[in-house]
Design a protein around this ligand. Structure first.
Ligand SMILES: *[C@@H]1O[C@H](CO)[C@@H](O)[C@H](O)[C@H]1NC(C)=O
Ligand SMILES: *[C@@H]1O[C@H](CO)[C@@H](O)[C@H](O)[C@H]1NC(C)=O
Length: 348
């Protein structure tokens, strides 16, 4: 017994070495004869994991026994440069009434199900763009037309989500954005979220759609207001927050039905958390607002001042953690994911 213990250990370990060696040789053999086929087989995520590990082992094996054809395997992608070489600065925007969804799809062949990433480098951030929507198909089309190439020039890994409010009760932008955040995270662990109005089109691609270590407000100026900040503290239109920043403020309030107030409410939440809103330079953070009349179903929210007064008391209970909704459909279209939801109606 006292003698057997170390010897048995060695023997047992030896057994494992033999086993390991045999399985590695098997893997190397598989890689040589059917490397590509193995990779393309659909597997559950658990087995994919072990396959990836096995792949890296076989890669090592291949490098020891390299044959000319192995040299074709692409090298791992490097992180994209700090500043994308594809940026163009201020671009001339066009809003052709003849533009069709098909045209925009044809222009963006690299986008599938609203998602895209750089081909030759690894994006620095993964960003979900959330666009609340109802009855604004024309605006959405113009936005998609400009936003897809814009985001690609910034070398981002991104996906566009359109959150469609079902029915015709009063619009609730903020609650739709909460839904978008929760739904998008089911697809991928996005690190950054852009909350984006459908009628604002960015004019300059140096206005980067990435998150900062503080919440970021991207709309300093709009053509309709002479490119001036609407008012000090304005936090509407297009904003960028990380997954954690948004979680920390419990997201948006769910109680703002109709136009206005919800963006100020978010600012109050951010301030309560001692975060500081940052903005890009004014010459870059410029938007064109596509003309429209006030929608029916999105009348000015007369209750907004009262609601803003109670934000410091209610923000912990009213937000992401109390956002109840029913997902009616998730359509994965070429240029965006359409999440259609029933978000209920205002409590009277
Ligand atoms: C802003 O730009 C849009 C789109 O070109 C245009 O329809 C609108 O009239 C412009 N507004 C102002 C005030 O220039
Ligand atoms: C999203 O899907 C709903 C349900 O199919 C549809 O009514 C709506 O028009 C779609 N919206 C967009 C912008 O694709």
């Amino acid at each position: 017994m006292g003698f057997c213990l170390p010897v048995c250990k060695i023997l047992r370990r030896g057994k494992y070495f033999v086993l390991l060696f045999l399985s590695l040789s098997l893997l190397a053999w598989i890689a040589t004869f059917s490397g590509e086929t193995v990779k393309s087989i659909q597997l559950s995520s658990a087995t994919t994991q072990s396959l990836i590990r096995a792949d890296s082992l076989t890669d090592k094996f291949k490098s020891w026994t390299a044959t000319p054809e192995d040299l074709n395997t692409p090298p791992p992608k490097h992180e994209c440069p700090q500043e994308s070489p594809l940026l163009k600065g201020a671009v001339k925007l066009s809003f052709e009434s003849s533009l069709k969804l098909k045209d925009v799809e044809t222009e963006n062949k690299g986008v599938t199900e609203g998602e895209c990433e750089p081909v030759d480098c690894k994006a620095r951030q993964s960003v979900a763009i959330l666009i609340p929507h109802r009855n604004r198909e024309r605006h959405l089309l113009y936005l998609l037309h400009h936003l897809h190439p814009f985001l690609q020039r910034q070398q981002l890994h991104y996906a566009i989500y359109v959150i469609q409010q079902a029915g015709d009760v009063t619009f609730n932008r903020a609650k739709l954005l909460n839904v978008g955040y929760l739904e998008a995270l089911k697809d991928f662990s996005w690190e950054c979220f852009i909350f984006h109005d459908v009628d604002l089109v960015p004019e300059n691609d140096h206005n980067l759609y990435v998150c900062d270590n503080q919440p970021k407000h991207l709309v300093v100026g709009r053509n309709v207001t002479g490119y001036k900040l609407r008012y000090k503290g304005y936090f509407g239109g297009v904003t960028a927050m990380t997954k954690n920043q948004f979680l920390q403020v419990n997201g948006f309030s769910n109680t703002y039905w109709g136009w206005g107030g919800e963006d100020d409410d978010l600012r109050i939440r951010v301030e309560i958390q001692k975060m500081k809103i940052v903005r890009p330079p004014a010459d870059v953070a410029r938007y064109t607002m596509v003309f429209h009349k006030r929608d029916s179903g999105n009348e000015i929210n007369k209750d907004r001042m009262r609601l803003l007064g109670r934000t410091p008391q209610v923000w912990r209970k009213d937000g992401l953690n109390s956002c109840s909704y029913k997902t009616l459909s998730v359509e994965r279209l070429p240029l965006y994911v359409n999440v259609t939801v029933d978000i209920g109606k205002p409590q009277s």
